[in-house]
Design a protein around this ligand. Structure first.
Ligand code: PEP
Ligand code: MN
Length: 265
């Protein structure tokens, strides 16, 4: 169902209540903090990324942290703050859902449900989001092959939800210079293999904010339909992923650079 051979035309995902279309001619930028940390933090970030040209607001309310003692997210309160940010800015929101039980609650707030890398092969969760009437962004597993990513997307689509976005977020390799190895090959490989929109996440793909603009530009040049970028008003004091988060000015500068990549030479 996800194969290009079954459906030659690109899938275009429209977000109701907005004019955002992902998979069309325009490159869509989703931006916001790794975690929703407070009402002030998400509202300030939402207004700034909107001003810079982002079309979707990201922010995690349920966080899959390596350590159980790290900040786990604000949960329902985080979803409420995201909804308030959407009300103020008009930006649709994308946020992660980690468990089957939380799907109805997160789907009530989110415009796009995010399945994190650690849950790529959580088949019960994939089937649960397959039954929901919201687009789903499926992130590539930390050690997932492109073939496995596509089969996981197949779980969602075969459960009844055609609106799936695929996200390259870097994979684990022997390389230690970066947090993950951003597999830029995945962008054209996926565009060839499937009609689903392809999203690139250079924040998790690199792990270092200095590397994010170059890989964001590269992903757009390679044909990504959308980018998802971590942005924080005070990255050095972020509760998660500060090292890879752009500050508000850095994000605005990146948007100007991206506008130059997206047009002809
Ligand atoms: C995130 O988007 O903040 C996140 C946890 O990403 P991933 O699942 O790719 O690690
Ligand atoms: Mn993150």
């Amino acid at each position: 169902l996800t194969s290009r051979s079954t459906r030659p035309d690109d899938t275009i995902i429209e977000l109701p209540g907005s004019d955002v279309r992902i998979g069309g001619n325009e490159v869509i930028v989703m931006a916001g903090p790794c975690s929703v940390e407070s009402r002030e933090q998400i509202l300030e970030t939402a207004h700034a990324v909107k001003e810079a040209g982002a079309k979707v607001l990201r922010g995690g309310a349920f966080k899959p942290r390596t350590s159980p003692y790290s900040f786990q997210g604000l949960g329902l309160k985080g979803l409420e703050y995201l909804a308030e940010a959407r009300e103020q800015t008009g930006l649709p929101i994308i946020t992660e859902v980690m468990t089957v039980e939380a799907v109805p609650m997160v789907a009530e707030y989110a415009d796009i449900l995010q399945i994190g890398a650690r849950n790529m092969q959580n088949y019960g969760l994939l089937q649960a989001v397959g039954k929901v009437k919201r687009p789903v962004m499926l992130k590539r597993g930390i050690s997932g092959t492109i073939e496995e990513l596509l089969m996981c997307a197949e779980y969602i689509v075969s459960s009844g939800n055609n609106n799936v976005l695929l996200c390259e977020r870097g994979i684990r390799t022997y390389e230690t210079a970066t947090r993950n190895t951003f597999d830029l090959n995945a962008v054209p490989v996926l565009k060839q293999a499937t009609h689903l929109p392809v999203v690139a996440d250079p924040s998790h793909g690199t792990g270092y904010r200095e590397l994010v603009p170059a890989m964001a530009r590269a992903a757009v040049a390679a044909g990504a339909d959308a980018l998802i970028i971590e942005v924080h008003p005070d990255p050095d004091n972020a509760m998660s992923d500060g090292r890879q988060s752009l500050d508000l000015n850095e994000f605005a500068r990146l948007m100007d650079q991206l506008r130059r990549v997206a047009v002809a030479i």
